[in-house]
Structure formats: C-alpha cells, structure tokens
Design a binder for this molecule. Structure first.
Ligand code: FE2
Length: 179
C-alpha cells in the first residue's frame, strides 16, 4: 500500500498511517473519479430529457459538481497528496445503465424522463453513501476541516436527490403512466 501522508497524524502515535487513513484516501480517489464521470454524464442526460424542470435540475447540479470537484482537490491538498482518480466498477455500471435508458426509450417521452430520473438518483445515492462515510472517517481521523468540506457536498447531493424525487412525483411519473 502506498504512503498517504508524510507527517505524523494525531490518530497514529507511531507516525505510521493507519489502515483507516489508507481506506479513506482510496475512497476519496473513487469519489473524485465519480464526480468527474458525472461531469460528463449530466450533460448527456440533460440533452436526452424533454421536461424543462428536469433539465433545469440537471443543469444546476452540473454547477454543484464542478464545486464538489474543487472541494475534493482541496482535500487532496490538505492531505499532502496529489489529486488522483480511480474509477470503480460501480460507477461504470451506473453510467452504462443511464446510457441503456436512453437507448431503450423514445425521445420526447415522459417514460424516458422517468428512466433518467432513476439513473440520476442511482448516481446520487452512490455519492451520498460515499460522502457520508468519508465525512465520518474524516472526523474519526481528526481531519475536522476535511469533514466539513465533505459535509457540504453531502448536503448538496441530498438536496439533488430530493429535487429529483419531487420532479418525478409532481410532473413526470403520472404523465409516463399515460403513455
Ligand atoms: Fe456530486
């Protein structure tokens, strides 16, 4: 396993990086890759939807995503590590599913929009789990400044998830049931 940080950390009295610290950095790299993936997937989804409300929600999360990538880069810096992305099998699978929704539905239908909401929420839930766990680990490892940055992104992801649910329930799903 590679060394994470050179300086002695409060949680590691012998100066060695703890296993949790290694796990934390690896998870950060996967989340960094997930956010970069999302930067490419969101415009693809936005282009494929017909609901203006859904399009707006996806567009606003694109701005959040850029900010979240900046935060992760700040975190790598605080840890004294270079920003590195490790793409997980999970994120590749979720992205492939989103592409399949577009391939498997007709353009201009609410059914396609409903499928795209599901695909976007799968991405959000992946990120909510990752940010939630990493914020906890950061606190445990006494990286309180990092925990705060992760909490900010976690809140944005939760808000996005709620917006998607609201758009689906109030506008898209009923229309899709009539197609
Ligand atoms: Fe995100």
């Amino acid at each position: 396993m590679e060394k994470i940080i050179d300086k002695k950390e409060p949680g590691s009295p012998d100066g060695q990086d703890s296993k949790l610290e290694e796990l934390f950095l690896n998870e950060l790299k996967e989340l960094y890759a997930a956010e970069q993936h999302q930067l490419r997937v969101l415009p693809m989804l936005k282009k494929a939807v017909s609901s203006q409300k859904l399009s707006n929600v996806l567009a606003s999360h694109l701005d959040d995503t850029r900010m979240q990538i900046n935060r992760l880069e700040m975190i790598f810096k605080l840890l004294g590590s270079g920003a590195e992305a490790h793409t997980s099998e999970a994120i590749l699978g979720i992205t492939r599913e989103a592409e399949m929704v577009i391939e498997g539905t007709r353009a201009g239908t609410a059914t396609r929009d409903a499928g795209i909401v599901v695909a976007a929420q799968k991405l959000e839930h992946y990120e909510i789990t990752s940010y939630g766990s990493l914020a906890q680990h950061a606190s445990t490892l006494d990286h309180d400044d990092i925990a705060e940055l992760l909490e900010l992104s976690l809140l944005e992801e939760k808000e996005m998830d709620e917006l998607l649910t609201a758009v689906a329930e109030n506008y898209i799903n009923k229309e899709a049931s009539r197609e």
